[in-house]
Design a protein around this ligand. Sequence first.
Ligand code: BGC
Length: 775
Amino acid sequence: MNNIYKKDVWQIIEEGFHPELNKESESIFSIGNGYIGQRANFEEKYSGDTLQGSYVAGVYYPDKTRVGWWKNGYPEYFAKVLNAPNWIGIDISVNGEPVDLATSKIISFSRILNMKEGYLERSFRIPVSESKTLEIKSRRFVSMAEPDLGMIRYAVKSIDFEGLVDFTMYIDGDVKNEDTNYGEKFWAEVYKEISGNIGILITSTLKTDFHVATGMCFEFLKDNKAIAVRTDAIEREKFIGNHASIVLKPGEELILYKYVSVLSSLNNAKEHLADDTKVRLNAAKDKGYEELFLEHSGEWGRIWATSDVVIDGDISAQQAIRFNIFHLNQTYTGKDERLNIGPKGFTGEKYGGSTYWDTEAFALPFFLKTADQNVGKNLLLYRYKHLGKSIANAEKLGFKNGAALYPMVTMNGEECHNEWEITFEEIHRNGAIAFAIFNYIRHTGDEDYILDYGLEVLIAISRFWSQRATFSGNLKKFVILGVTGPNEYENNVNNNWYTNSLAVWTITYTLKNISILEKGNPDKLIALYKKISFNYKVETTRWKDLIKNMYFPVDNSRNIFLQQDGFLDKELMPASSIASDEKPINQHWSWDRILRSCFIKQADVLQGLYLFEDRFDAETIKRNFDFYEPMTVHESSLSACIHSIIASRIGYVEKAYALYLRTARLDLDDYNNEVAEGLHITSMAGTWLAIVEGFGGMRVMEGKILLDPHIPSNWQSYSFHARFRNTLFEVKVTNDCVSINILSGKSIIIVLSGKEYMVEATDKLIVNLKVDFFS
Ligand code: BGC
């Protein structure tokens, strides 16, 4: 746990350099625009502890799987997001001495992430040549308006020193991943050129042959005027640079603008990459840094206007929620259905930058409520396009007849993770993907999606559930054996309540849509049946049987759902009984001990109650919460947010707030000592949900918005933006009043604390209401 960042409502501020936490800060201060992402590494040489990270969305490497004992069905590779060519490099020497903050004395240092306008700024003063002082200020952003562009303004000022400053602006493609299975490098050189003030390096990924062109051009200014500087080109294998020496006098400031364009063969033809990069660099330089910055910060203005959450009375909470919203929008902009959201986004290598169920279960609900509906649709289309590979994945495991098992971890639709208990058993992800279709439609009203794409996916997933369930002659019920639920501290269990619930829900929802389309669009439906060889009668007969006769483990004496068969045979004890020096248990206990214990990594039965809460009364939810929450260790970042939302729903206000606190500043305060590896991007969406669905009680049901607001006692007010079917509205909650303001779009129906209101598009609804305190 650390607490080094100053509290500020729009900025993250590190004052004074903390080299021991440098990797943590590199994650926290990362910048991105959905297309390129960059950890907050320094421009100049740094010989201290660092994780270098420059990422290009969609560009990955299939690193050969490494396991001790091969099992049939294992994926051949584990995909890795690549540490791509370093585009930020600017080395500095002063009178021949390299500037290196790991070895230099530091007079002052600050690092600022400005979330309102989307930039990273760093400034420091160091002593140079016989007690003279030099000041360096750099500002960096990756453009939200023109996503291939990254910009650096690097200002070197002499306070009282006179001498020579050497600059080397470079692009270095000779980079590696920390996370490689065999210590290999993943890039090869394709092309380079460097002349005058422009340079281009094209590298390609081994095996996948993505080509990435990284180009730079630059200009120097003194007294705000461009100056001509003689430069010498440097070329090495996978490296281009330009070197310049400039004399600096006391009081003088030199400004270097480095313009960078990163293009990949995902979007540009390989043979045109060099030319295209040149065009992009010239256009960027013609426009100029200031203009590009204005366009970029304007885009951030538009994002905040539709997704900001304002908390009055708690700077720490305000900073945290903006930090989360900021990083989610830096990770995914929803413009390209080939891209997705890695659990660490562009802030580190962990989880390989691949797509997990996190997207559908956590990130999608955030984007559905804060972004244009195309953003959600593209997340769905990503899976639709992977349907063929998911069917192939299921075939590999022995399923047939078009049954699909979506991968637990993927880059391109293929399963690319290799822990058997995850790839083979954590099949609940299929249910999250089916539920996402329902969630998208209930938010957007885009019913056409079902016929155009959704039903094909739903049928394939239903086919999977139907084949994966077996009929137990003993129980005279359908059972689902050998699974891992969301709680990964149990493997190979039978009848995980959550998984069985999702299976039945998916098939029911598929059948419901089929019967709607039978009346609404029978021709298209028949065409779909033909395309996927769907034998309605035979297949749905078993489906209906399965819905009627699925087995669900329950404990009748406590009147609760059981996480899985046999759960009650465990020695039940609360997580509070675990010694504090043994937490987190995944770092202190053997795997065997964890598996035998009752401790729950993350919401499991409660994840199901969260999805299907409309089916259960508050008392049922309470009984299950009371049973499971004390045993939950929340060692997944995706856990506390769900428990917090449920606690709000059942009126456990203190608990809801305590759980919310656990998720809100998870990364900023580094609760789990793992921020050095990257940020928990997908769980950031969970924090947002804990405010909007938890404290705000927002639900979308049957074409209406439901709100049931509460307010933590130390907040004077809070407000959030949300979208519903192209209507953008703002909800503001104070202790005695709730106001709803439509910012754009049509009138909507809101059910506020049980009472229905029509909120007119041109009006603001203000309801005086005693809002409960969370104390
Ligand atoms: C969680 C999974 C999650 C993954 C990536 C794991 O620790 O248990 O549910 O998908 O992290 O966030």
